[in-house]
Design a protein around this ligand. Structure first.
Ligand code: AMP
Length: 348
């Protein structure tokens, strides 16, 4: 298959539809939270919008990953994208560091970002309290880099999980601030997107908080995880001593398991366990067994495709190359407009 597009094709391609941009950091394996918060929507959106999905390797540098791990993780995210059904011919799939226009726009936007507003970002404040030994400027300016990623392609829709809500608000502010400062209308306002529903938060298995890659592996279920490991993790998930009467509100750990169940199980199954809880007769062992089997059934086909695709080096390198070309065609156009707006022009 020839993935190359002519210049005319690009022009047609780039002005066709509404723009969508979103990315995933290559900081570990992709889990159910990444899938239901973001990647599931990526797949649906590629059929109806002009989508740019990237692997955010620059973002992952805030934690100083080992270079060999970083390289392997970028590959793994790409394999997962393809295994989940993303199609390099329908969407632009690229690696963030293949697009030099991103750091350029990031630098320019940094001149418009206030230290105070960056310091007030909730994720930054969390990091500041947890990891004082590595509180680098990259963490502080994370929302600026994220804005550059998004507005470089003039995105209007950003399919992300609920954890990104505040960052997106900042992206809107930075985009508007640029337009105002330079008296132009280069950037539209990017909005979080989940097909009209609220943004999703998939909780972890440890009773509290969201499913995440960095919580030591016990609270997340990975799309490529083997069935036995999934079963063990789910059976060890935190619950409580059980309801002490009828019609009690769900406690946080149980509500979390039900939330994961809502993502992977049928509505009847969810209702069955909710009724049992309301009746005060729920057996958490049964709930977990059912949840484990439903997660295994859900992830098995994705895992099988991941194993297949990870052997296909030609497909992987073709995808990355095509994505870089398409992303650069779009990004270089925006950077040209930005340079003109701010008065940086070529004199030769
Ligand atoms: P990250 O792994 O932080 O790069 O996140 C990639 C995408 O997955 C982002 O759109 C996040 O909002 C989304 N995401 C990460 N964790 C969760 C979660 N537990 N629930 C829902 N969405 C999530």
């Amino acid at each position: 298959m020839d993935y190359r597009l002519s210049t005319m094709d690009y022009k047609h391609y780039l002005c066709r539809m509404e723009r969508v941009v979103s990315g995933v950091r290559p900081t570990g394996q992709i889990h159910l939270g990444n899938y239901f918060g973001a990647i599931r929507n990526y797949v649906r959106l590629q059929e109806q919008a002009d989508c740019f999905y990237f692997i955010a390797d620059y973002h992952s540098l805030t934690t100083h990953p080992n270079p060999a791990d970083l390289h392997a993780n970028v590959r793994e995210v790409l394999v997962t994208f393809l295994a989940c059904g993303l199609d390099p011919e329908k969407a632009t799939l690229y690696v963030q560091s293949d697009q030099p226009e991103i750091p350029e726009l990031y630098l320019i936007l940094n001149m418009l970002a206030g230290i105070g507003e960056l310091e007030r970002t909730v994720t930054y404040k969390e990091k500041a309290s947890k990891q004082q030994d590595n509180l680098n400027a990259g963490l502080l300016t994370y929302p600026v880099l994220m804005t550059a990623d998004i507005i470089l392609h003039k995105a209007t829709k950003v399919p992300v999980g609920k954890d990104q809500e505040q960052h997106l608000e900042m992206s809107r502010n930075f985009a508007n601030r640029f337009n105002f400062q330079y008296n132009c209308e280069i950037f539209p306002e990017p909005q979080g997107f989940n097909f009209g529903e609220d943004l999703v938060k998939i909780p972890g298995l440890d009773g509290t908080g969201k499913m995440g890659k960095s919580e030591g592996g016990k609270n997340a279920i990975y799309l490529g995880e083997d069935p036995d490991s999934i079963r063990k993790k789910v059976m060890r998930a935190v619950t409580d001593a059980g309801p002490t009467g009828t019609n009690q509100p769900l406690t946080e750990p149980v509500a979390n398991l039900i939330a994961v169940m809502k993502a992977v199980s049928s509505p009847d199954t969810v209702q069955f366990f909710l009724d049992q809880y309301a009746g005060g007769s729920i057996r958490y062992g049964d709930l977990k067994k059912q949840l484990a089997e439903d997660v295994v059934a859900f992830t098995a086909p994705i895992r099988a495709r991941m194993l297949e695709i990870s052997k296909d080096d030609a497909l992987i390198s073709r995808t990355v190359k095509l994505g870089a070309e398409k992303a650069r065609a779009s990004g270089s156009q925006t950077i040209k407009e930005v340079r003109e707006a701010i008065g940086i022009k070529r004199f030769f």
